[in-house]
Design a protein around this ligand. Structure first.
Ligand SMILES: [Zn+2]
Length: 359
């Protein structure tokens, strides 16, 4: 048993404790307390005091990233519009067709090590190639891997989802550290048939959908056309039979039965207060990634509105294609700057307990 001490202990689920300590046995916290109560067994095996400015707190939860894109660090520059950023990403991705290439694998390893060194202990990882699932297991990094499906022209959604499930089954045993589920990417990249199939086929599993990220997405759902249709056309993915649903992103996925307490709605930069309240009412979790939002030209998220609406807020970094590092503390600083009225304890709750509960 080892006793760790710091100036403060932040249990998150309970108020801060001055002069806090925890005792750790075989990697697990087995007891905790403060200056008014002594740790069991005196100071046997005590680790050095962590210092006057240090706190002991739970691991942070990065509720949204794409580790498989880690090789893109520094290669996709910040963009003035989401459309411009996506185009650079797509053309770059086409140059790296082998998801098992040595530099891609090494970049995932480095990214996981970097996240762990910055205090992250649980990751919500979105993956198309599934290269990360076994790696996260082998690296002992607890994670939920969302196997993302997309295809705006897909008509046989059931077959697409069945194929995705077979790929997941082919991964072998991943638990206890890693869990998996099938998830749709976003309203502008997933056909109605595919959304329907995910909702029907996956039943009550966890989904993580990019929702309300850019103004272009909102315009596309309301009116069709615009840069998103042009982008789909340019990659041969446009479906001329598609008609805009003339509603917002939250209402749109609700039509398929995907709005509920098993949903992580990622970004939400463009959502109205009414839509945030809808997410809240459904028990969904909103995952905010403010540094990424700015990088991709989607604008800064209205974080004060997020918290005022009562929706459960978790925090992610998104991928190294749209952020400089996977240090979640930098994300917390960004939220602090964007929303000075949000209590620090609410931000820490988002970065720990709420992210963990969502995943
Ligand atoms: Zn993302």
């Amino acid at each position: 048993m080892v006793v760790h001490r710091a100036a403060w202990l932040l249990p998150i689920a309970a108020p801060p404790i001055r002069g806090g300590w925890v005792t750790v046995e075989q990697g697990r916290v087995v007891a905790l307390g403060g200056e008014s109560d002594a740790p069991p067994d005196g100071n046997a095996g005590a680790a050095p005091f962590a210092g006057g400015a240090a706190v002991i707190m739970p691991s942070l939860v990065n509720a949204h990233t794409h580790l498989e894109l880690s090789y893109m660090r520094g290669l996709v520059p910040p963009a003035a519009s989401f459309d411009a950023w996506v185009r650079t990403l797509i053309s770059l991705r086409a140059k790296y067709p082998d998801p098992l290439a040595a530099d891609i694998i090494q970049s995932v390893r480095d990214a996981v090590a970097e996240a762990r060194a910055a205090g992250t202990g649980l990751i919500g990882d979105t993956s198309n190639t599934l290269v990360t699932a076994r790696m996260l297991r082998d690296l002992r990094m607890p994670a939920h891997v969302f196997h993302e499906v997309l295809g705006f022209r897909v008509t046989d959604g059931i077959e697409a989802v069945s194929a995705a499930r077979r790929r997941l089954e082919g991964l072998g045993e991943l638990e206890p550290d890693v869990r998996v589920s099938v998830t749709p990417h976003a309203p502008y990249s997933v056909s109605p048939a595919l959304f329907m199939a995910v909702a029907n086929e996956t039943g009550n599993t966890l989904t993580s959908i990019h929702l309300g990220e850019s103004p272009e997405e909102v315009h596309f759902l309301q009116h069709g056309g615009g840069p998103i249709q042009a982008a789909l056309e340019s990659v041969g993915a446009w479906n001329p039979l598609w008609t805009p649903p003339r509603c917002g992103p939250v209402e749109y996925i609700d039509k398929f039965g995907l709005l509920g307490d098993r949903l992580l709605a990622v970004h939400g930069v463009q959502l109205s207060y009414r839509e945030l309240a809808q997410l809240c009412g459904a028990g969904a979790t909103l995952v905010t990634c403010p540094r990424s939002n700015r990088w991709v030209g989607a604008g800064s998220p209205p974080v004060e509105q997020f918290y005022a609406s009562g929706v459960r807020v978790a925090i992610g970094t998104d991928s190294l294609a749209s952020v400089g590092d996977l240090n979640l503390f930098a994300e917390l600083a960004e939220i602090r700057a964007l929303g000075p009225s949000i209590p620090a304890r609410a931000i820490l709750d988002s970065a720990t307990r709420i992210g963990a509960e969502a995943l």
